[in-house]
Design a protein around this ligand. Structure first.
Ligand SMILES: Nc1ncnc2c1ncn2[C@@H]1O[C@H](COP(=O)(O)OP(=O)(O)OP(=O)(O)O)[C@@H](O)[C@H]1O
Ligand SMILES: [Mg+2]
Length: 466
C-alpha cells in the first residue's frame, strides 16, 4: 500500500465519539466530521458515552462538560482511566471557563467554547487525531524495537555455544532451574569464562526479565565511591553530590542486581549490603527515608572463593547469604570441546561486523586454537578470532594471522604440573582430530588411526559429547 493510500485509509479509520446531550449538535457534527473522513458515533449521557467508548475505542472524544447524568470532570477522569490513548476535546459553555482550564490540567487535549466555528473545531479534531496517530505510531515503533531486540537476543543466544560438553550442560541445566527461583546466585570462575554472559542468561530466564539487570562492578570504583553508587545519595550528602542520584539498588528495583567482583567491596560496605539483603530495605546516603528494596541478586567473582573468605576479603556472613546457589563456570582449557563451536560463532560475529563472509581456518591454525590453553578464556579466544578475521587474506586464517601469544608456551600448557598425562594427551588428540575434521567422526578416526567404534568409546570415556 502506498503512503498516500495508507494515510487516506488511516484518516478514514479515525473515530470520533461525540458525548453531548444536544441532539442537534450530535447530528450536525456527525454530518460535518463525516464529510471530512471521520467516523462519528454519538452519545447523549455520560453513561452511554462510556459504553460507546468501550465499544468504539475512539481516537478523539468530544466531551460536553454539561451532561445531565454526571459531572464533566469526573467523566473526563473515567475516559482517561479506561482509554488513556484517546484525545479528549472539551466542549464548554462560555461561562464555564474554569472547568475548561481544570480539564486541561487533568489531561484533556484542548477545549473549545460553544458556540464554535466549525472550521476551528475541525482543525482541533484533526490535530487531536494526529496526536493520537503519533502515540499509536510510537507504541508501534516501541513494540517493533522490543521485538527486534528480543530477536537479537535470541540470535545471540543461539550464538552462545559453550553448552556442548558435559560440564557446561550441567551448568546450563542448573541455570535453567535456578533462574526462575529468585534465589541469590553466586557465579564463580576465572576472568573471561562468561560470568556476565551467564548472569544475563539467568536474568533473561527469570520472572524479572521484563525489568532491567543493573551491573555494578565493585572493582571499577575506588572504595569510597562504591557506597554512593550502590545506595544512591541525595544532593549535598557529601562534597561532590551536586544532585540526587538513585543508586544501583534503586535502579534494579523489580529487576536484577548484578554485583560483579563482589570480593572487591570494602568490608564495612559488605556489612551494610548484607543488611539490605536481610531486611529488604535501604536508605540513600544523606536521606532519612527508608525505601523498600526488591531485586534479585547475582554476585560474581573471579577469585578462588575459599581463599577470599579465609583472607577476610569476603565476609563470611555475606558469603553464606549470597551463596544460596553457587555456580562455577569452568575455564575454557577444561572444556576444549567447546572451542570449535565458539570459533564458528566468533568467525560469524566478526565477519558480519566487517561485512565480509566468514573466513576459513587453516588446519594448522585450527590445531593451535584447539590445543592452546586460553588463560584469558573465552574472551581471549574471542579476541584471537577478531584478530584473525581482520587480518585474514584470501578468506583464510592461517597461523600467521593468529596472535603471537598463542605460539608461546603458557604456564598451564604442560598438563598436570609438568608430567605428561597419557589420558589428557589422548583426550586432546581426539579433540584435535574432531576439530580438524569439523566433527566428522569417520575422518577423525582415520586421522587418529583407530576404528570408528573405538573413537566413540574413547569419546564416551573422556566425556566428549558425540
Ligand atoms: N557462551 C559464550 N558464547 C559466546 N561468547 C561468550 C560466551 N561466554 C562468554 N562470551 C564472551 O566472552 C567474553 C567474556 O565474557 P564475560 O564478560 O561474561 O566473562 P567474565 O567471566 O564476566 O569475565 P571477567 O571476570 O573478566 O569479568 C565476552 O565478550 C562474552 O561476550
Ligand atoms: Mg565479568
Amino acid at each position: 500500500m502506498g503512503t498516500q493510500e495508507k494515510a487516506a485509509t488511516q484518516a478514514a479509520e479515525r473515530k470520533i465519539l461525540v458525548i453531548d446531550d444536544d441532539r442537534v449538535i450530535q447530528v450536525t457534527l456527525a454530518g460535518w466530521l463525516g464529510r471530512h473522513g471521520f467516523r462519528v458515533s454519538a452519545a447523549s449521557t455520560a453513561a452511554a458515552g462510556l459504553a460507546a467508548l468501550a465499544r468504539e475505542e475512539p481516537d478523539v472524544v468530544l466531551l460536553d462538560l454539561g451532561l445531565p447524568d454526571a459531572g464533566g470532570l469526573e467523566t473526563l477522569n473515567e475516559i482517561h482511566a479506561r482509554q488513556p490513548q484517546a484525545a479528549v476535546i472539551i466542549v464548554t459553555a462560555q461561562d464555564s471557563l474554569d472547568n475548561a482550564i481544570e480539564s486541561i490540567k487533568r489531561g484533556a487535549f484542548h477545549f473549545i467554547s460553544k458556540p464554535y466555528v466549525p472550521e476551528e473545531l475541525l482543525s482541533l479534531v484533526r490535530r487531536a487525531a494526529e496526536k493520537r496517530e503519533l502515540v499509536r505510531e510510537t507504541a508501534h515503533l516501541r513494540n517493533r524495537a522490543e521485538l527486534l531486540s528480543r530477536r537479537l537476543e535470541e540470535a545471540q543466544q543461539q550464538l552462545q555455544p559453550g553448552c556442548s560438553n558435559g560440564v557446561m550442560k550441567e551448568v546450563d541445566a542448573l541455570i535453567r532451574r535456578v533462574a526462575p527461583s529468585d534465589s541469590n546466585v553466586f557465579l564463580i570462575g576465572e576472568s573471561g569464562v562468561g560470568k556476565e554472559v551467564m548472569a544475563n542468561r539467568i536474568h533473561r530466564l527469570s520472572r524479572r526479565s521484563d525489568r532491567t539487570m543493573i551491573r555494578l562492578n565493585c572493582a571499577a570504583f575506588p572504595a569510597n565511591l562504591i557506597e554512593g553508587e550502590l545506595f544512591g545519595y541525595v544532593k549535598g550528602a557529601f562534597t561532590g553530590a551536586v544532585a540526587d542520584f538513585p543508586g544501583m539498588i534503586a535502579q534494579a528495583e523489580g529487576g536484577t542486581l548484578f554485583l560483579d567482583e563482589i570480593v572487591e567491596m570494602p568490608a564495612d560496605l559488605q556489612t551494610r549490603f548484607l543488611r539490605v539483603l536481610q531486611e529488604r530495605e535501604f536508605r540513600a546516603l544523606g536521606s532519612t527515608r527508608t525505601v523498600q528494596a526488591d531485586f534479585r541478586l547475582i554476585a560474581a567473582t573471579n577469585r578462588p572463593v575459599a581463599d577470599a573468605v579465609r583472607d577476610g576479603l569476603l565476609r563470611r556472613d555475606l558469603y553464606y547469604r549470597i551463596n544460596t546457589f553457587q555456580i562455577e563456570i569452568p575455564p575454557l582449557r577444561e572444556r576444549k570441546e567447546d572451542i570449535p563451536a565458539l570459533v564458528t560463532a566468533f568467525l560469524n560475529q566478526f565477519a558480519c561486523r566487517l561485512g565480509k563472509p566468514p573466513p576459513q581456518i587453516a588446519p594448522e591454525a585450527f590445531a593451535r586454537l584447539a590445543s592452546y590453553d586460553w588463560p584469558g578464556n573465552i574472551r581471549e579466544l574471542q579476541n584471537a578470532i577478531e584478530y584473525g578475521v581482520v587480518l585474514a587474506c584470501g578468506g583464510r586464517i592461517t597461523e600467521k594471522e593468529l596472535p603471537k601469544e598463542l605460539f608461546s608456551p603458557t604456564p598451564s600448557a604442560t598438563p598436570e604440573g609438568g608430567t605428561l598425562n597419557l589420558d589428557t594427551l589422548e583426550r586432546n588428540a581426539i579433540l584435535l582430530a574432531l576439530g580438524k575434521t569439523s566433527g566428522n567422526k569417520k575422518k577423525a578416526a582415520q586421522l587418529l588411526g583407530i576404528h570408528r567404534p573405538t573413537l566413540y568409546s574413547k569419546m564416551k570415556r573422556h566425556r566428549i559429547p558425540p
